[in-house]
Write a new protein. Structure first.
Length: 387
């Protein structure tokens, strides 16, 4: 007799069918001419960059977006050579030459970056694809309006010299997840002015873009030529104010599960986990879940995080430790190995990443993105068409 291999201690299931359905749903929300850039930075928000990039492309995404050059180059090295890839977080000394060779669209926010790109283009002997980033009000990366004419002028001069091609003009919102926030209209106004300036100066970009997931879902006037959804593609709502995943027509891609490692009887008055911040009120049963903050379960959700075990949602009892936490099972005694579901799509009674975000006083982006490397990602491909 052969037995199936034991299930992993804990796993993050990645439902690529859901991801493809989400990409199609996002695509359906934008006009046909608007291109969709699947944002796969930070290992696709913890879901696995390569598999998610491929699934998004299968479902009709046109571009891929990453933060670091390393992330962009890894996509090319894995054989994704026939779609545009953009990368926006460059620091001095980064491998601009490799970016040029790999045909990556490289974001430039200031003169120092343009100078490094131009130097690399001369060294490589090829034209660099450059997208100029405008700071329209986010106050993070990007070129301030006051410095824009100088940057645009220098980039267009380098274009005449054949060293760069300005393929894109772009920006990023500060508060797109807060509908009607006054900064949204203000940023759009500044963006239009900065686009206008660059185009009058002679820029002929392939794409102009500013929309993240929230703006893709709620601001058609911000779609321009391309949208850059990240979190929505993973089926997670960008913010409670915009609605739940289901209300947005999205399906969560990641489910975090573990087998209960131990179930035991304890008397009333028994302290639980470090610091004894939880003490049993009566004789009860405790279940041990083999996931901890090293796996990305936020310690800040100690005493609050919800977990579905044996048909009921329980709460983390006491502190989340590095590798494990405990739930009070209230006298129930499920068999060791019984599945504990920390989060998933939510339609099986399990909590969602949004619920964990509330419990940990953070955003659902952080919950999925920080699931640790020790948790194996197990690809599942549930039938499409739930949503
Ligand atoms: C992360 C990121 C996105 C995607 O944002 P979501 O809110 O996840 O859709 C888009 N653009 C830039 C510049 C980003 O850094």
């Amino acid at each position: 007799m052969t037995e199936a291999p034991p299930p992993p201690r804990a796993r993050a299931e990645i439902d690529l069918g859901a991801l493809r359905a989400n990409v199609r749903a996002l695509r359906a929300r934008v006009a046909p001419h608007v291109r969709v850039m699947a944002v796969v930075k930070a290992d696709a928000y913890g879901h696995g960059a390569l598999r998610c990039a491929r699934a998004a492309l299968e479902a009709g995404a046109d571009w891929l977006g990453t933060a670091t050059p390393h992330e962009a180059l890894a996509l090319r090295a894995a054989g994704i050579t026939d779609v545009p890839v953009m990368c926006w977080l460059w620091t001095s000394g980064d491998p601009w030459d490799q970016g040029i060779e790999a045909g990556i669209d490289m974001s430039v926010s200031g003169m120092w970056a343009l100078e490094e790109v131009v130097r690399a283009a001369k060294a490589v002997g090829k034209t660099a694809r450059v997208q100029l980033k405008a700071d329209t009000g986010l106050g993070r990366n990007g070129c301030r309006p006051a410095d824009w004419p100088e940057l645009v002028g220098a980039a267009l001069k380098a274009e005449v010299d054949g060293l760069v091609k300005v393929t894109g003009l772009w920006s990023h919102f500060a508060c797109a997840d807060e509908p009607h926030h006054p900064s949204i209209a203000a940023q759009l106004g500044v963006f239009r002015k900065m686009l206008d300036h660059a185009e009058r100066a002679g820029a002929r970009p392939e794409v102009r873009h500013i929309a993240n997931s929230s703006a893709t879902l709620t601001l058609p006037e911000a779609h321009f030529d391309l949208v850059r959804p990240g979190i929505a593609m993973y089926g997670v709502s960008p913010s409670p104010e915009l609605g739940t995943s289901a209300e947005l027509g999205l399906r969560p891609v990641m489910s975090l599960k573990a087998g209960v490692a131990l179930v035991k009887q304890v008397p009333a008055g028994h302290g639980v986990s470090y610091g004894h911040h939880y003490v049993t009120g009566e004789a009860t049963t405790l279940g041990l879940v083999p996931l901890g903050y090293a796996d990305g379960v936020p310690r800040h959700a100690s005493g609050r995080g919800p977990v579905l075990v044996d048909g009921r949602v329980r709460t983390v009892a006491g502190r989340v430790a590095m590798d494990q936490f405990v739930v009070d099972l209230g006298g129930d005694a499920p068999k060791p190995g019984t599945e504990a579901v920390l989060f998933g799509p939510g339609d099986g009674g399990e909590p969602t990443a949004e619920d964990w975000a509330v419990a940990a006083d953070t955003i659902a982006y952080e919950i999925v993105t920080r699931i640790g490397a020790r948790v194996p990602r197990v690809v599942v491909d549930a039938a499409e068409g739930h949503t």
